[in-house]
Design a binder for this molecule. Sequence first.
Ligand code: PLP
Length: 403
Amino acid sequence: MMINYKNDFPILKQTVYGKPLVYLDSSNSTQKPQCVIDTLSEYYQKHHANIHRGIYELSVRATTLYENARRFIQEFIHAKHTHEIVFVRGTTEAINLVAQSYGRSQFKKDDEIILSGMEHHSNIVPWQLIAEQTGAKLKIIKILDNGEIDLAHYKTLFSKKTKFVALTHASNVLGTINPIKEMIAIAHEHNTPVLVDGAQAFPHLTIDVQALDCDFYTFSSHKAYGPTGIGVLYGKTTLLEKMPPYHGGGNMIETVSFDRSTYNKLPFKFEAGTPNIADVIAFHTALVYLKNIGMEKIIAHEKHLLQYATEKLNELPNLRIIGTAPNKLGVISFVLDTIHPHDIGTVLDREGIAVRAGHHCAMPLMERFAIPACVRASFGLYNSTEDIDALIAGLHTAMRLFH
Ligand SMILES: Cc1ncc(COP(=O)(O)O)c(C=O)c1O
């Protein structure tokens, strides 16, 4: 089913180098619909005050808008409790929070943390840092040639020392949607909690954290048509309760004296300082926008774009798609002949087409596929088959120029 919501996104109405802008970099960050932009401006024009502390009308109103967003997100991802939704700056901060708070209090020397070979640097480096601090070790699940996780290998990695599993729900390079429900069940058989990096999956799939039974789930607003600088850590109550605070400061305390401080209840224990109020409220608007269109409709549309683009790209001689798993998001990475991905990106840019070229913050994955970099086209709900036709035409131009 074709949908067309491009008109809701003012930024997409411009031209670049005299050509209509074709935005194919939604895995990196999505564009914002007018309603999100309006919410931001309206919030600052009409509602702003600091929250959770004022007794006057404006502050009460801002607090209500902020907490309504939390409740909406709870329902959107089917979390059991509102206090399981912690606002952070984004996926990266959410993962660092869990690594430093849960990891610091739980990991000991020689404990093992399982990650997959397709993780974004944001789901590698925080675990390396905590491993260095505690003496824990990382174990890495192999990736098959088609870009799927090697489940058989995953099962062999568990030992008595396994303390944590951190996995991406979907790869930002390969597009692979991982069988995380099954992988979580396997980890739970070994009494091991699982963090799911939902940065890529959240905006393009329906998420039910209770059905997945994940222990933590993380995502970023800016990849889901909302503002930058805001994201969510979902955590099960039992785990969040036993974790020490990550940042100290205002809002996260119950009492403070120079001898000792006690901490606020969830989720405020993890929200130190004045939060990003405006962006939380505008993120709420983005999610209402998605809900009104319907995630099922968006998923079907992006699947159609993926099929169409895969067919068209496969018609190009010497083009190799990196990641051919049967279950993929609307993300296609590729290398073309001997042309450097940055050269392809530059030629496409001159045609008004925005793609990402590089290592995509997944250097170990580049190594796995023996490439230094690749070009990635990724789709959002505003893309159309015409955008893909423009990409193919741009690639023909690149081939002409470099041969
Ligand atoms: C799979 C994955 N994890 C984590 C991140 C980091 O997200 P953010 O930069 O919003 O914190 C990204 C961003 O590209 C991603 O694709």
